[in-house]
Design a protein around this ligand. Structure first.
Ligand SMILES: NC(=O)c1ccc[n+]([C@@H]2O[C@H](COP(=O)([O-])OP(=O)(O)OC[C@H]3O[C@@H](n4cnc5c(N)ncnc54)[C@H](OP(=O)(O)O)[C@@H]3O)[C@@H](O)[C@H]2O)c1
Length: 213
């Protein structure tokens, strides 16, 4: 059997929990961490022996792929706080650069033409490689559409570094989805919320579960 890279999921809210649960369902081992060890430990107790709770620093050090399942601004903070541990790692960014708009909806918190993926690519820790992935579906769909049969649902990703395509595609496949690379990080805006391309991309692909929820 070929070796698959070790994954850590940092941030165990909606997306981090869904990704971890999918990976365990996909029989993939995963290191998990949040601000408190107790939160990671509680999820590990629920999911069984494939989920390994750690402190954030240890989780990043031990893994090759780090999924930062936290808000865009928190990713920037983590780049800063764990710059040494993140050196040379494959970093996965599922973030949408949005915040509540005080009218019950959401607003984009960066310029209209900017993407979180491109901004984060300019702030990367030394030798780290970035992929925009796992954030193209709302959390309900990310859970519900995983391992769909007979045709798998699609998750799009973007990266500048094609040497990590296999790792990202394995990560997406082991979440129960069909991976499709849409291009480099300059394409991130197409797969972030408010990116016009996302709906279009989904419409061009035949699969039953693609809606945000
Ligand atoms: N929800 C969706 O449907 C959806 C869909 C696509 C993409 N996304 C993106 O996915 C990311 C996560 O969203 P979410 O809905 O999962 O958010 P969430 O439910 O609020 O979860 C965020 C998690 O990050 C943890 N956290 C916050 N600061 C941290 C830090 N410094 N170190 C470690 N963990 C920290 C939080 O811990 P505490 O509990 O201690 O605060 C919480 O567990 C966001 O960038 C969002 O834009 C979300």
């Amino acid at each position: 059997m070929t070796h698959k890279s070790t994954i850590a999921v940092i941030g165990l809210g909606n997306i981090g929990t869904a990704v971890t649960t999918n990976l365990v369902k996909g029989n993939r081992s995963v290191i998990i961490a949040d601000r408190t060890f107790e939160k990671a430990n509680a999820l590990a107790q629920k999911l069984g022996s494939l989920a390994h709770p750690k402190e954030i620093s240890a989780a990043i050090k031990e893994a090759e792929i780090i999924v930062l399942a936290v808000y865009f601004n928190t990713i920037k903070e983590l780049f800063n706080d764990y710059a040494t541990e993140l050196q040379g790692k494959i970093i996965v960014d599922p973030s949408n650069p949005i915040a509540p708009d005080e009218k019950g909806g959401f607003k984009k918190i960066i310029d209209k033409d900017q993407s979180a993926g491109e901004i984060l690519s300019s702030l990367l820790p030394e030798n780290a490689k970035l992929a925009k992935a796992l954030g193209t579906l709302g959390v309900a769909s990310l859970s519900k559409a995983a391992f769909q049969e007979p045709e798998k649902a699609v998750l799009f990703y973007a990266t500048d570094d094609t040497s990590i395509n296999t790792e990202i595609e394995d990560l997406i496949s082991d979440n129960g989805f069909e991976p499709i690379r849409i291009g480099g990080l300059d394409q991130s805006i197409r797969i972030e919320v408010f990116g016009e391309g996302l709906i279009q991309l989904h419409q061009n692909k035949t699969f039953t579960e693609c809606a945000w929820s």
